[in-house]
Design a protein around this ligand. Structure first.
Ligand SMILES: NC(=O)c1ccc[n+]([C@@H]2O[C@H](COP(=O)([O-])OP(=O)(O)OC[C@H]3O[C@@H](n4cnc5c(N)ncnc54)[C@H](OP(=O)(O)O)[C@@H]3O)[C@@H](O)[C@H]2O)c1
Length: 318
């Protein structure tokens, strides 16, 4: 038996339960990973709340999509060279909060020397979203970028990548001056509050938040500016979203969404490998908010709900 955390009841963090489940066995094409680090993502919290029940998530679901550890068993057809390797893995839409996780052999990446399991789960998924979000926005060196919702793992990676790639300026929205100072240390050059008040003239806006205020950010773009929404922490935009979009007609602005589900797996693999190597060289900084034992997943989710997390909480099974 192995320890796992499941959603016993949709709603608050107390609906999570720690239990013993039979050790899983990898099917053909899969690997079994003894987990050392498990990323706690915003999406896990949304699934736990029950908001995605209509997408097929049920009570009994084990959350978590990003783990790292050592490959301990192989399914048929998997290259034997993986056995004993330390890897990062995407486990799909769940199945991560567990001492031994299953992943497709196509969804694992070897950890380079110098990158810890903990650090890998803070940037394995978010770094890819940040990378493709910027390319979806046709970001070019010298341009001004605004990252809305910059204190989360996706925002932190977007700030760093934009700065590394020669952005003319990198503005952020965040809820406190302390967070603003931490974002400046990662490459931000302008700090705004959540409303974005006082910020204008951005070539690119990468938005992790959406919600009621989304249309007010159209006004902050330059002519020919591009906004890409990569998350919706604050939920759906208001009904007048379309009207407001059309009111920006004269600016020739572009509005787009980006989901990693549409990025080809081979490209994601290449980007992730490159980012892991950059992090191992110290060129990218994974930001870990806190390490907590797997058994304290309830506390981890409470901290997420309370909005106190800067970067990523990582669960450690052993
Ligand atoms: N596009 C993709 O492929 C993809 C992949 C994975 C996840 N996602 C999505 O990305 C989102 C999670 O990203 P994340 O983990 O980086 O974010 P996160 O940590 O959940 O939140 C990022 C920051 O946004 C700010 N924020 C929270 N609520 C807000 C509100 N109501 N209004 C304004 N700002 C608010 C908070 O910072 P401050 O308190 O400092 O303002 C928070 O730290 C989810 O919507 C998830 O579904 C997308």
């Amino acid at each position: 038996m192995v320890k796992a955390v499941e959603i016993r009841q949709f709603g608050g963090p107390d609906g999570l339960a720690v239990l013993d489940v039979p050790a899983p066995a990898p099917a053909a094409g899969q690997v079994l990973i003894g987990t050392e680090a498990i990323g706690v993502a915003g999406a896990d919290v949304v699934i736990r709340s029950g908001a995605l029940a209509s997408y097929g998530f049920t009570e009994g679901h084990i959350p978590g999509s990003e783990v790292a550890g050592t490959v301990t068993a192989l399914g048929d057809g998997v290259d034997p060279a993986w056995l004993g390797q330390r890897v990062w893995a995407f486990t799909g839409t769940g199945g991560g909060y567990v001492e031994q996780a299953i992943a497709s052999a196509e969804a694992i990446v070897a950890l380079p020397p110098g990158l810890s399991a903990v650090d890998s789960v803070t940037l394995g998924s978010s770094g890819v979203v940040a990378h493709f979000g910027l390319s979806h926005a046709h970001f070019a060196p010298g341009e001004s970028v605004l990252v809305r919702g910059a204190a989360g793992s996706i925002g932190i990676m977007t700030v760093q990548l934009a700065a590394m790639r020669g952005a003319g300026s990198v503005a952020v929205t965040t809820s406190s001056p302390e967070r603003g100072a931490r974002l400046r240390a990662l490459g931000a050059t302008q700090v705004l509050d959540r409303s974005g008040e006082g910020g204008t003239g951005y070539d690119v806006i990468i938005d992790v938040v959406a919600g009621a205020d989304l249309p007010t950010f159209f006004d902050r773009l330059t002519p020919n500016g591009r906004m890409v929404v990569v998350g919706a922490i604050a939920g759906q935009p208001p009904a007048e979203f379309g009207t407001k979009l059309m009111a920006s007609f004269q600016k020739s602005m572009s509005f787009a969404t980006f989901s990693a589900a549409t990025a080809p797996a081979a490209e994601q693999h290449a980007v992730r490998t490159e980012q892991f190597e950059a992090a191992a060289r110290g060129e990218l900084q994974p930001v870990v908010h806190e390490l907590l034992p797997l058994e304290q997943a309830v506390l981890a989710h409470r901290k997420m709900d309370d909005g106190e997390v800067f970067g990523r909480i990582v669960l450690t099974p052993r």
